[in-house]
Design a protein around this ligand. Structure first.
Ligand SMILES: NC(=O)c1ccc[n+]([C@@H]2O[C@H](COP(=O)([O-])OP(=O)(O)OC[C@H]3O[C@@H](n4cnc5c(N)ncnc54)[C@H](O)[C@@H]3O)[C@@H](O)[C@H]2O)c1
Length: 358
């Protein structure tokens, strides 16, 4: 039986991870530490908050004394670190929070883990798993090979730079102090509970309310999309079977231009409305309710400064070494995601009206 401390469990991937892990490892106990920033939402934990295996702690990863007390009090052996500032646009307008949470916060967790697990010798078989991003590798030209674990770091946004710094700190605590660490670097995720500032949920909700679908520049930037539980599947494998001190890229070999992703999403909504007349009465402001394609909402806007052209993940290492294989393809994953947003209207309405933080 493992005892996990999961940071950032009230965010998008963390919330999915908690449910994913518990289904596969029902005997484990999980404590989650989350500061409930704008991106953290206690409603994401509604289905598990009262479970005996679960404890929610409202607090910051920058609070070393709190982290040390949680490691001791709950006899934690595995720390899974999701907590971060994660939105590139926000890192451009306000980088300080990214430095504080992603760099100082990660370092604070490392110091706490080293103190309790190594200096006080409380857990020989501990693991610190760090969740990171493919954005640390920078950008690719159209014909460049996909990022592998040996691709040099070349972060281009303050978000990517702060994650790169945190990756280096995690690595250094392994090499210098012997902290048992693993790191995973994943491509763009999508799925339930994603905050509607990111491309897919933003476009879904805008289609339903008849608002513009903003596309940066000409929309040709390429991202490699992975369904969130396929990311969690990779993290679980790395935690259980990964080699200490190693990094593993997680991806689904699913490169798509942003404009193609939005066009596909529009087509899926057009078909949903055509097949289910109830949707037109639930969402009368959507063009789909009047038989007009959601594509009419697509609006090109000024590009993000320094916008990376292409990300692509080479996941050969995790596939060959740990037997990783994603389960969802893009159509099945998108349809699951659309189902979830249609079935959880009160969840996203409470974000749109701000009541989720009360
Ligand atoms: N979303 C993606 O596509 C993607 C892809 C690859 C890697 N990642 C990484 O995965 C992790 C999770 O991403 P996400 O999309 O779920 O992010 P998110 O923004 O949805 O959630 C972040 C969570 O961290 C919490 N948090 C922020 N600062 C904190 C602090 N100081 N102390 C405690 N909790 C704090 C927030 O309240 C929130 O619950 C991040 O580390 C991110 O870099 C994300």
């Amino acid at each position: 039986m493992a005892k996990l401390l999961v940071t950032g469990g009230a965010g998008f991937i963390g919330a999915n991870f908690l449910q994913f892990w518990q289904q596969n490892n029902p005997d484990d106990i999980i404590v989650t530490l989350d500061a409930l920033t704008y991106a953290g939402n206690k409603n994401n934990l509604a289905s598990i908050l009262n479970e005996s295996w679960f404890t929610f702690v409202h607090g910051s990863i920058c609070d070393q004394a709190l982290v040390e007390s949680l490691l001791l009090e709950h006899d934690i052996d595995t720390l899974v670190h999701f907590a971060a500032e994660s939105h590139v646009d926000r890192s451009i307008t306000g980088p300080d929070a990214f430095i504080e949470t992603n760099i100082v916060g990660t370092h604070t967790l490392l110091k706490a883990a080293k103190k309790i697990w190594i200096n006080e010798n409380k857990k020989q078989h501990h693991l610190f798993h760090h969740v990171s991003t493919d954005e640390v590798y920078g950008t690719l030209a159209a014909d460049d090979p996909a990022f592998n674990e040996d691709t040099p770091y070349a972060p281009n946004s303050p978000y990517a730079a702060s994650k790169a710094a945190s990756d280096h700190l995690v690595r250094s605590y392994h090499h210098t102090y012997g902290l048992r660490v693993t790191t995973s670097n994943c491509s763009n995720n999508y799925g339930p509970y994603q905050f509607p500032e990111k491309l897919l949920p933003l476009c879904m909700l805008n289609i339903l309310s008849g608002k513009a679908l903003p596309i940066y520049g000409d929309g040709t930037q390429i991202r490699d999309w992975l369904y969130v539980d396929d990311h969690n599947r990779g993290i679980e494998l790395v935690i259980k079977k990964g080699r200490l001190g190693e990094t593993y890229n997680v991806g689904g070999n699913n490169e798509r231009a942003n404009i193609d992703v939005v066009n596909l999403l529009c087509e899926l909504f057009d078909s949903r409305f055509a097949a289910d007349t109830e949707l037109a009465s639930r969402f009368p402001d959507s063009p789909c309710a009047k038989g007009i394609s959601a594509k009419t909402l697509i609006t090109y806007v000024t590009d993000r400064p320094g916008h990376d052209t292409r990300y692509a993940i080479n996941a050969t290492k995790i596939m060959n070494e740990l037997g990783y294989a994603p389960v969802e393809d893009f159509n099945s994953g998108l349809n699951k995601t659309i189902d979830w947003y249609l079935n959880n209207e009160s969840w996203w309405r409470s974000i749109l009206d701000g009541s989720y933080q009360q």
